[in-house]
Write a protein that binds this ligand. Structure first.
Ligand code: AMP
Ligand code: ZN
Length: 432
């Protein structure tokens, strides 16, 4: 039941020793990157003094903004010729955050994912249909190599194209799928629309849900629809991607592999550590990666640490499912979107008035995004055909920026609710 029993069940004192060793190596490695060299000099930190996970508190946090500003190579710790792959965060806000991997990095990441998959019962004789997008997004290739390492037949079908997904599910009798939760719900309606029954006509055993927040209720619903067990898989490209934290068979929180990361949970306001059980922002330090070491990365994802031992026998601690974000990013159909991206597009269009809002809903099983935009009176009460062309133009420009096509509704000036103080732009009615 373990992929690497010794490491997965390593007594905590030994795990701590391993973390210490790997952290010290990581700090040396970080000193090869322009970013951390500058940071340590500026803050007057002696790298030799950072020896234990507790010492991390002397180092300032690293943010997504730092990664962006460090584009392209400020976080690179190895010569360029050692790099064999790069990945990037989903969504399109400005400069992407790019993470580089050496051959060894990829090998370790593959192993990390294999550990997760094995933990939930994926085996050599499984047929694994990976419904995540292949490419810069880590959910495709990241999970792919882990499944191959276990020896499962791995189908790189990628995201979308529901008819083809269904054809493969039916004809290859896939036993494991990796899928975005909102898409799992949507796909089930398409399956039924084709006259098929997800329980009777397929052979699914295991569903891996990743890339976006979802509730326990959504998980149960998906399990019920497909007649398979569904496990939560958390990750972010800055920390490799899939394999970051993963549920075991007990479905009681996600284990974080502490031989790969040092995990902290901090209060997002005070930045002080939160005790176990208290939700805060997840902060991660890579300790098993060469090309792109990142120290104390603020993920912006909110969860609580679970300190109690898990009945599965693994000693690596767990986090709860993700409860929210400390910034205003939202995830629509697996794509990370910041309201500011929508605003930027809208405010560049002269006909657009001052107010807008983004409404997210779940209709049947389909997530929808509607952008309601107030139009200046001289345009709103003018030519109807012109107004329709304006609507199409706004939709096109939004699609170019955020990569998904929202429904755009033009509304009368002054008709949207206003708030005193901080404007609420996103109204998320999807029951998570
Ligand atoms: P990316 O770097 O594009 O892979 O996006 C990573 C982000 O997706 C994370 O920081 C989370 O906000 C979100 N995410 C990924 N997996 C999960 C999950 N299982 N539950 C909730 N949010 C997730
Ligand atoms: Zn466990």
């Amino acid at each position: 039941m373990y992929w690497e029993k010794d490491l997965e069940t390593l007594p905590r004192e030994e795990l701590y020793e391993l973390q210490k060793q790997r952290l010290q190596k990581t700090i040396q490695n970080a000193m090869r990157t322009p970013f951390y060299r500058r940071l340590f000099t500026r803050e007057g930190i002696n790298p030799e003094k950072i020896k234990t996970p507790e010492d991390l508190r002397y180092i300032p946090f690293t943010t997504k903004e730092d990664l962006r500003q460090g584009f392209p190579f400020d976080f690179l710790a190895v010569p360029l010729e050692e790099i064999v792959r790069l990945h990037s965060s989903s969504g399109t806000t400005g400069t992407p955050t790019v993470i580089y991997h050496t051959k060894d990095d990829l090998d370790r990441w593959t192993n990390q994912v294999a550990r997760c998959l094995y933990m939930v019962g994926v085996r050599k004789n499984d047929i694994f249909q990976n419904m995540m997008s292949y490419g810069l997004f880590t959910g495709g290739l990241g999970m792919h190599y882990g499944a191959e390492r276990i020896g499962a037949l791995t189908i790189p079908i990628g995201a979308g194209n529901s008819k083809r997904q269904i054809w493969f599910l039916k004809h290859f009798k896939s036993t494991v799928i990796h899928i975005i939760p909102s898409y799992a719900l949507l796909l089930s309606t398409i399956i039924r629309g084709e006259g098929l029954d997800p329980r009777r006509d397929f052979n699914l055993r295991i569903i891996l849900l990743g890339a976006e927040p979802h509730s326990e209720e959504t998980r149960r619903r998906i399990e019920d629809i497909y007649g398979a067990k569904a496990y939560n898989s958390y990750g972010l490209s800055e920390m490799n991607g899939p394999g970051g934290a993963f549920e075991c068979l007990y479905q009681n929180g996600m284990h974080i592999w502490e031989d790969y990361y040092i995990v902290e949970i901090v209060n997002p306001d005070t930045l002080e550590p939160c005790p176990p059980g208290e939700p805060g922002e997840i902060v991660l330090t890579t300790i098993f990666r060469d090309a792109t070491p990142i120290l104390r990365y603020r993920t912006r994802d909110v969860a609580a640490l679970i300190d109690e031992p898990c009945p599965c026998g693994r000693t690596h601690r767990r986090i709860t499912r993700i409860q929210g974000r400390t910034d205003d990013m939202f995830i629509f159909r697996g794509v990370n979107i910041f309201p500011m991206q929508v605003e930027k597009v809208l405010m560049n269009i002269p006909e657009v008035g001052t107010n807008y809002r983004i409404v997210l809903e779940r209709k049947e099983y389909e997530d929808t995004m509607r952008v309601e935009v107030e139009i200046k009176p001289e345009f709103f009460f003018g030519d109807l055909q012109k107004l329709e062309r304006l609507r199409e133009r706004i939709a096109d420009e939004l699609r170019a920026e955020i990569l998904v096509t929202p429904e755009v509704v033009l509304v009368e000036p002054g008709s949207l609710p206003t708030q005193e103080g901080k404007a609420q732009r996103v109204f998320d009615f999807r029951r998570l």
